[in-house]
Write a protein that binds this ligand. Structure first.
Ligand SMILES: C[S@@+](CC[C@H](N)C(=O)[O-])C[C@H]1O[C@@H](n2cnc3c(N)ncnc32)[C@H](O)[C@@H]1O
Length: 328
């Protein structure tokens, strides 16, 4: 199969034997998924797609993997996250391992030169085409701990963990703040609540502090880890899982589902996950259970809520954000 994404098309034309190489944080691409490399990623949709094909795939939060002959890092939109991946690779793989870094010019890949230089890693440009550039270097011990990227902040009397690439990165979102101000009036005193798209775990921790049994889900492995750390920092319990919306929650029902749902995927607007959340919520709620959402007022959720639940209420509307509630 030919490469589908511009970054992979650039890699495909290289005269390099990539067999056994580690692809780090790549996009979905049939050329990679049908090839002979291994995956290291934090995105559950990419991990699940590889595992479904029986391909070797792991996340940085699992046990160490076999040493690869080389590594390709797909530079992410968030530069701080790209820097974290570099530090992680330098800390976990042998010095001297060939490293390539590829990314879209529009996504700021050229900054990688400076980032690698600051780490004392030499670098040369290998190729550029399809509005993408490929650099080559080698991993080395750089004496910086990737753990230092984890920070924390206070919001709503809770200590929350933060990491590059996790939504909000170090501050409480205004939509989430509005949602929290309306939750006490509509949620049960006890019961099981699902926090869908948990990010740094603000909703999960807030709900757990009220004594609710929480399950928190996010597609982003860094968000899952952040939520685990946020719960632990406040001595709270909860189930935290990596997942693409309801995948893995088949047959499970909750007394309520709360969410500030995503509507972006990288730079593109994407209502897919929020649409699936609303459409599939009724079969994950007990009779009389409630979905409570906050969303930018312009997002097309009223129609989706009407179709899925046959009706809904607007609990709050500050012109920027709306809080919706719908019951089974
Ligand atoms: C707007 S943020 C809300 C984060 C947090 N709940 C808050 O209120 O600050 C949406 C979250 O949904 C997650 N997300 C995106 N796509 C998802 C999917 N397909 N399944 C589950 N979570 C997803 C994102 O990683 C992000 O953490």
């Amino acid at each position: 199969m030919s490469a589908e994404t511009p970054v992979c098309q650039l890699l495909e034309r290289q005269d390099v034997d990539y067999r056994g190489w580690l692809w780090v944080a790549p996009p979905r691409d049939g050329w990679l998924e049908g090839g002979e490399g291994r995956l290291l990623a934090a995105d559950q949709t990419v991990l699940s797609a590889w595992r479904a094909r029986g391909r070797p795939a792991g996340s940085p939060f699992e046990a160490d993997m076999p040493t690869p002959p080389g590594v390709v890092l797909f530079w992410p939109k968030a530069h701080a996250l790209g820097e974290w991946w570099l530090l992680w690779l330098c800390a976990h793989l042998p010095a001297g391992t060939p490293l390539q870094v590829v990314g879209e010019n529009q996504g700021g890949i050229k900054r990688v030169l400076k980032v690698l230089a600051a780490l004392g890693l030499g670098c040369r440009k290998v190729d550029s085409a399809r509005r993408c550039t490929l650099f080559a270097s080698r991993l080395d011990r750089v004496g910086l701990d990737p753990e230092a990227a984890w920070t924390s902040f206070e919001a709503e009397g809770l200590r929350l963990a933060s990491h590059p690439g996790v939504f909000g990165h170090g501050k409480l979102d205004e939509g989430t703040r509005l949602l929290l101000s309306w939750l006490p009036g509509v949620l049960p005193e006890t019961g099981r609540v699902l926090d869908m798209g948990c990010g740094d775990g603000i909703l999960a921790a807030w709900l757990a502090r009220r004594g609710l049994a929480i399950t928190a889900v996010d597609v982003n492995g860094f968000a899952v880890e952040a939520t685990r750390r946020s719960l632990a920092a406040n001595a709270l319990d909860g189930e935290v899982r990596a997942g693409d919306v309801f995948a893995g929650l088949e047959g499970r029902r909750f007394d309520a589902i709360v969410s500030n749902p995503p509507f972006h995927q990288e730079r593109a607007v994407d209502y897919g996950p929020a649409g699936r959340l609303i459409r599939e919520a009724p079969k994950h709620l007990v009779p009389g259970g409630r979905l409570v959402l906050v969303a930018n007022a312009f997002l097309p959720y009223p129609d989706l809520l009407e179709q899925a639940f046959g009706g809904f209420e607007i609990l709050a509307d500050d012109r920027r954000f709306r809080v919706y509630s719908a019951r089974t």
